[in-house]
Design a protein around this ligand. Structure first.
Ligand SMILES: NC(=O)C1=CN([C@@H]2O[C@H](COP(=O)(O)OP(=O)(O)OC[C@H]3O[C@@H](n4cnc5c(N)ncnc54)[C@H](O)[C@@H]3O)[C@@H](O)[C@H]2O)C=CC1
Ligand SMILES: O=C(CO)COP(=O)(O)O
Length: 366
């Protein structure tokens, strides 16, 4: 079936009946997504493991633990019972931190079916096998309609209905159009991509650089520094992605540079806040404890550095951050070391790094 006829079919379906949407996860992003889908006319159920918080959402239409100032659409029905939430759901969003993602999908598996659309919103990586979350969805279910939602989407801004855009990525056209139908509204736009791996990798990788950006801000570094950090981060992210088989062009989109900008610039990003606390002199444990929510980048930086060393991928920023986070190297000292690193190619897709190195070696400047 062609993509245009799928779109027509989907919009016909949306006019005739509302989409039944399930959201697994009671954190800030899961809550914001459930409310958008309900604002958009969906029949929405949200699963939380915490029965009291589920009762509060149903009673007061508030999630006091994760988004206290947000008026949740009263049509969202919350429950701690997966069978109730998944019963009849056509579209399932999984918004569970990466450490618990597989366990929750396994718990949900008895109530999932091959005709459902399963979409991960989680920007993290599983250590065993360096798996991204949509790969876990695929492995655990073997179902055909799998996708990823990722982009510059600070949950607390979505809660204020700030104008926002995101990306749905899947090689399955039905998954893309259904997610656009379920979430696209006057304050939330959903762009489509068929590079699921690249979009998902972008969401996970940018968390590393958000920690570094928070740290740089706390150390009083200026806008030139932040711009250098973000641009070199983008070069590093796309180098890593290309080595792993993703399309580097994805990184010029919302899920690449878009998400990098927002998380490296905003105190609303948890990863940025962890970095800021570290820059103020807190230990990693103190910074994570003070946050009280998930900052996926802390785990991602070790996994990515390990993978990069294994595969011989040059990732100086990620490696520098790793040394600061886990080896006690002072952040300012690391920044100075990075400034003395090789002066390489700006855009490696136009001038390969090896050519710059070779020319410098010929000049006797290694
Ligand atoms: N908050 C944000 O602005 C955005 C977050 N994301 C991604 O969404 C994912 C989820 O994030 P948030 O909702 O923000 O997280 P959060 O930290 O606000 O909440 C996590 C939720 O998962 C639940 N949870 C944790 N372990 C669990 C387990 N073993 N079983 C069941 N539930 C469990 C917690 O109880 C909580 O409800 C993260 O990976 C994050 O990268 C993506 C875009 C924006
Ligand atoms: O991914 C996000 C915004 O797009 C949220 O970032 P944090 O997880 O750092 O809060």
């Amino acid at each position: 079936m062609s993509e245009s006829s799928l779109t027509e079919q989907d919009s016909r379906a949306s006019q005739e009946e509302c989409l039944r949407v399930a959201v697994l996860g009671g954190g800030s992003f899961g809550t914001a997504l459930a409310s958008i889908a309900a604002d958009n006319g969906g029949e929405v159920r949200q699963w939380l493991r915490d029965a009291e918080l589920a009762a509060e959402i149903n009673r007061e239409h508030r999630n006091s633990r994760y988004l206290p100032d947000y008026a949740i659409n009263p049509a969202v029905q919350a429950s701690d019972d997966l069978s109730v939430v998944l019963d009849g759901a056509e579209l399932v969003f999984v918004a569970i931190p990466s450490k618990a993602f597989r366990a929750v999908v396994r718990q949900a598996r008895p109530w999932l079916g091959a005709d459902q659309i399963l979409v991960s919103t989680t920007k993290g990586i599983q250590e065993e096998g360096f798996k991204l979350m949509s790969q876990i969805l695929e492995e655990e279910t073997g179902f055909p309609h799998i996708g990823v939602l990722s982009g510059p989407n600070l949950a607390s801004e979505i809660a204020q209905k700030q104008l926002t855009a995101t990306v749905v990525a899947s090689d399955d056209a039905l998954t893309r159009t259904r997610v656009q139908t379920a979430l696209g509204c006057d304050y939330f736009r959903v762009y489509a991509s068929n590079d699921r791996y690249g979009v998902e990798l972008g969401g996970a990788l940018k968390n590393i650089y958000a920690i570094a950006a928070g740290m740089a801000a706390a150390l009083g570094m200026g806008e030139n520094t932040r711009s250098m950090l973000m641009t070199r981060a983008l070069a590093e992210m796309s180098r890593f992605a290309v080595a792993l088989g993703a399309n580097p062009l994805t990184f010029i989109g919302l899920a690449g540079v878009g998400d990098l900008i927002v998380t490296c610039s905003s105190n609303l990003s948890r990863n940025y806040r962890v970095g800021h606390a570290l820059g103020e002199g807190k230990t990693l444990d103190e910074a994570v404890e003070a946050l009280g929510q998930v900052a996926e980048g802390v785990n991602t930086v070790s996994l990515v550095c390990h993978k990069a060393r294994q595969d011989g991928i040059y990732m100086p920023l990620a490696e520098g951050l790793y040394q600061v986070l886990f080896k006690g190297v002072p952040a300012r000292q690391m920044a100075q070391l990075l400034m003395l690193n090789e002066q390489s190619s700006d855009v490696e897709f136009t001038l390969p790094r090896e050519l710059v190195q070779q020319a410098r070696q010929e000049e006797g400047k290694t």
